[in-house]
Design a protein around this ligand. Sequence first.
Ligand code: AMO
Length: 438
Amino acid sequence: MALDKSKKSLTRTHFSKDLKNLQIGAEIRVAGWIEDFRDIGKLGFLTLRDVTGAIQAVLLGPNLEKAKSIPRQSNILIVGTIKPTKSREFEVEVAVKEIYVYSEATQSLPIDPTGRIESNLDNRLDSRALDLRNPKISKIFVLRSQVLKIIRDFFILNNFVEVNTPKIIGSASEGGSNLFSLDYFKRKGYLAQSPQLYKEQLILSLDRVFEIAPYFRAENSHTVRHLNEFLSVDIEASYLDYFDIMDIIEELVKRTLKYTIESHYHAGLSSSESKSFLGAVDSPFPRLSYEQCLKDLGGMDEKISFGDDLSDSSLRKLGEKYNSFYFIIDWPLDLKPFYIHENDKDPVLSKSFDLQYGYLELVSGGTRQHDINKLKYRIQNQGLPIDSFTNHLRAFEWGMPPHSGCGLGFDRLMMVLSDLPNIREVVLYPRDTSRISP
Ligand code: AMO
């Protein structure tokens, strides 16, 4: 593409990934930041990186002199021509005709975005925008964006309607005390902890809904898998039961695994881990009952009585035995929220499931109680204020179909897909008990 010299345009003509497909001698303008600069006397080599990769630019004479004074990570535009290269790293290089500096970077950067000098996660999060110049890190977020698209496409294809429910609410959606409160024009408001009540109401007419949105939990947890703001993929569907929802979620998770393996976007996956992912794609996820888990744990010297929740240490033990994806189904009803349906075979149990990846809970869901009287009883039985649910309960007087659904912790799924042990790695600006900025 010929340069329009009259305009002296400061816009680029190509991304770095495109250069290898151009003819030798082609004129180009590429823009990005200086990753490296080597001055070897009469000649200089500059590595320019953009979001698609890196190129090598060769500098001589006045351009070489100019480049010596530009700090690394500064943002520049290079005007030049494609030439063959002897480098093993690059397929072609650029002979530089002109360099424009858009913006100089400070000389002492808070972190090294090439990743050669390692920084701890806290320092990286404090300078997140710069951290993302490291291609290993930006790949996580490219993958995140693509997996979100897979999820959206999957649900739309399966006749789910995407909805957006309020995040500022007047009373608790799930019960419990883990709500952030705020001053809402002289009344008390809360940040939504989940879309549970709205999604159940909406299937009354929309039949199947999904929502991808952030939720807020005022939990004082300091773990590698909890945040106070997290992204959830919620679904709700009429006339399906919890086994149908498990089938849907299993297929969805397998699609995201397959995509991660097939694309080259997985961040830290080694080949052996890729293989274990492949295994998960090809075989059904085991479905263990809660009671089976108790038996397994008994055999591992972890004595748990029926009705106890599975603690972190129990889940870690189970995760050693079942180290990939598996469902835990039919939990005791008393361990589940008021909206979960009792089990027809044994009403002490519920029609519920969690999807685990080893110790990590990824999804929670079940068949819902759609009988208004039983629902009222369960709300009161759990010590929740029935008056806060007046609006919600009205929908159950308008012909509520049987329904089921679940919530998938998207950030946790991203931990698994990118094989990273800390949820903060896969969230751009994580919010935890000690982090509210940047
Ligand atoms: P639950 O509270 O189990 O269920 O949440 C669903 C999923 O969301 C993820 N998750 C979190 N991720 C990061 N940080 C947190 N603090 C956090 N809390 C939860 C988990 C979890 O499995 N209304 C129900 C879902 C339903 O039945 O439809 C609910 O919110 O991966």
